[in-house]
Design a binder for this molecule. Structure first.
Ligand code: GUN
Length: 283
C-alpha cells in the first residue's frame, strides 16, 4: 500500500489567514487581541511571538503583556479586569502553563466569556457541550476538526480515539467529534491496553505530549492520524506519533511541524475575528 497522504496544515492555515486578512481590511476598527504571558517559559515565548506575528500579518493588533514570573494572582486578575472593560480589546488569552503559585482556573474564569478566544472559560466549555453556536471553540481542536473535514467531509459513525484528556485539547476534541456524530473514546495514562483501543480507530488524535509514542502497530490500516505533539528532544522538534513508520499504515497523517501548529494559530485568529464581530455588531 502507498504511504499516507500528508494533511498540509501549513497551506490550509495560510488560506484561512488570507481569507481573514480580506475581512479585516474592511473593518472600521482593528480587531485587537491581548496575550498575557507570565514568566519566561521558552516555548510559551516562541508561541506567543508566533501568534503576534500572525495577527499583525493579517492586519489585527496584538499586544503581549509580559509579566514577571513572581507576579501575584491578584495582579493578573486585575490586569484581566482592565482588559475586560477596555472596549478596544476584543480577545484575551492567558498563555498556559502558569507558574505554580497561580491558580489557572481562577485566572481563566476572570476573562469575560465574550473575549475568551481560547474557549477555556467554563461558560464556553458548557456552551460547547450544549452544542451552542455561540461557544468559543478552543483553537487546537477547532483546527483539527477543520483538517479532518478536508479529507473526510462526513465524520458520522467514525470511531475516533483521542490519546490524552487535557482540558485544552483532549476533552474539547472529544466533544467536537461527538457533536459531529463520531463514536469517541479518550484514552489516558491510566487506560489499560491503549494500543488495542487505538487499533479500533478510524481517526486517531495523538495529544499525549510524549515523543514518538504512537507506533505503527497501534494503527488500523487506512486510519487518519492527527499528531498534536510538539516535543523538543535534543533541540529537535518531535511529534507524539512515530511518523516514519505510521505513515506506511495510515491513509492520511499530519506532519510535525506544519500540521496542527499552524492551524491552531489560524483558528485563534478566526476566534478573535468572531469575538470582534460580535462585540462591534460587525456581523
Ligand atoms: N498552552 C498550550 N496550548 C495553549 C493554547 O492553545 N492557549 C493557551 N493560552 N495556552 C496554551
Amino acid at each position: 500500500m502507498a504511504d499516507a497522504q500528508i494533511i498540509d496544515g501549513k497551506t490550509i492555515a495560510r488560506n484561512i489567514r488570507d481569507t481573514l486578512a480580506k475581512k479585516v481590511s474592511s473593518c472600521v476598527e482593528k480587531p485587537r487581541l491581548a496575550v498575557i504571558l507570565v514568566g519566561n517559559d521558552e516555548a510559551s515565548l516562541v508561541y506567543d511571538r508566533a501568534k503576534q506575528r500572525a495577527a499583525k500579518e493579517i492586519g489585527m493588533d496584538c499586544q503581549i503583556y509580559h509579566l514577571d514570573e513572581l507576579v501575584t494572582e491578584n495582579e493578573v486578575l486585575e490586569l484581566i479586569s482592565q482588559l475586560n472593560e477596555d472596549i478596544h480589546i476584543h480577545g484575551i488569552i492567558v498563555q498556559l502553563p502558569l507558574p505554580a503559585h497561580i491558580n489557572a482556573l481562577n485566572i481563566l474564569m476572570q476573562i469575560s466569556p465574550e473575549k475568551d478566544v481560547d474557549g477555556f472559560h467554563p461558560v464556553n466549555v458548557g456552551l460547547l457541550q450544549a452544542k451552542s453556536p455561540l461557544a468559543m471553540v478552543p483553537a487546537t481542536p477547532k483546527g483539527i476538526l477543520h483538517m479532518l473535514k478536508t479529507v473526510c467531509p462526513d465524520l458520522a459513525g467514525k470511531r475516533a480515539v483521542i490519546i490524552g484528556r487535557s482540558t485544552i485539547v483532549g476533552r474539547p476534541m472529544a466533544t467536537l467529534l461527538l457533536n459531529n456524530d463520531c463514536t469517541v473514546t479518550i484514552v489516558h495514562t491510566k487506560t489499560k491496553d491503549i494500543a488495542q483501543v487505538v487499533k479500533e480507530a478510524d481517526i486517531v488524535i495523538a495529544a499525549c505530549g510524549k515523543c514518538n509514542t504512537v507506533k505503527a502497530d497501534w494503527i488500523k490500516e487506512g486510519a487518519i492520524v492527527i499528531d498534536v505533539g510538539i516535543n523538543r528532544v535534543d533541540g529537535k522538534l518531535c511529534g507524539d506519533v512515530d511518523f516514519e513508520n505510521v505513515k506506511t499504515i495510515a491513509s492520511y497523517i499530519t506532519p510535525v511541524p506544519g500540521g496542527v501548529g499552524p492551524m491552531t494559530i489560524a483558528m485563534l485568529l478566526v476566534n478573535t475575528f468572531e469575538a470582534y464581530s460580535r462585540q462591534t455588531h460587525n456581523v
